[in-house]
Write a protein that binds this ligand. Sequence first.
Ligand SMILES: [Zn+2]
Length: 316
Amino acid sequence: MPTTPDLPALVANVARGERHAALLATPTDPPTEVPAFALRGARPGPTLLVTAGVHGAEYASIEAAYRLAALDPTDLSGTLVVLPIVNRTAYRVRAIYGNPIDGKNLNRQFPGDPAGTFAPRLAHWLTDAWVRHADAYLDLHGGDLNEALTPFVLHARGDEGARALAEAFGIPYVIASSSAGHSYSGAATLGVPAVLAEAGGQGLFPERDVLVLVEGACRAMRHLGMLAGEPTPRPIVSIERFVVLTSDHEGRWYPRVRLDARVEEGDVLGEIRDLLGAVVQSVTAPVAGTVLYYVSTLAIDRGDPLVGIGAGAASD
Ligand SMILES: [Zn+2]
């Protein structure tokens, strides 16, 4: 039978230099079982929590979490805890953004609500039983099944520990975010430095994208003193504003953007045609910046995101 321990209870069963794997029952309605791995290093050190699968179809990040769970515990100082598929019902049905129980986006629910529906309760369990007990937290994401994305990391604006962790991750685009409800913003309310790192998308998990996240997490672990070797600083592009354009219509979406490309204010980024063929929305860049992601499916609905632009870098 699966059990419902918290982070300290899971780790308490693991000897130094050993790994423990378990299925955990979530205190949700309905309950789900999610995989968990605890790696206790040969030497003492901080406790790092890594999650993936908050969005169930972001496969490069889920695969990266499994790679991290397969590290040799004897190489570690401290404890690495990995929950690679926290939103298992979403994973099972390949849900985009939401989940099949209450339809809510888990990454808008943090720090969660124990009296809420499925997603807020899951967020509360992750916050209270796991994030709270960690010294640092990495939440791995990517473009969803319908999104093409160039790698970037997000952290809570004004959180110096999280900023240092984000820069250590070594993905060039680092975004300071003021948004509430996200995994990293929930962690910030507990004083746990946290980063949300994104790579991959479109339902794929090429080795290139998996390694962006695995190697970034390893650099973060060097920064935390959990892996041997000096942290090697990498160039950072600091993004001050993340501007997400959305659709005003249901219809067909024709993106005309390239990932990681520079756009100027007023540039046409694509158009939407309605179901009878008329052009109903010409999408232009409201700011200069860099295309960090775009929706790559023909199908689009009213309110859907279209393009994410990172703005406010020194070059803008
Ligand atoms: Zn995501």
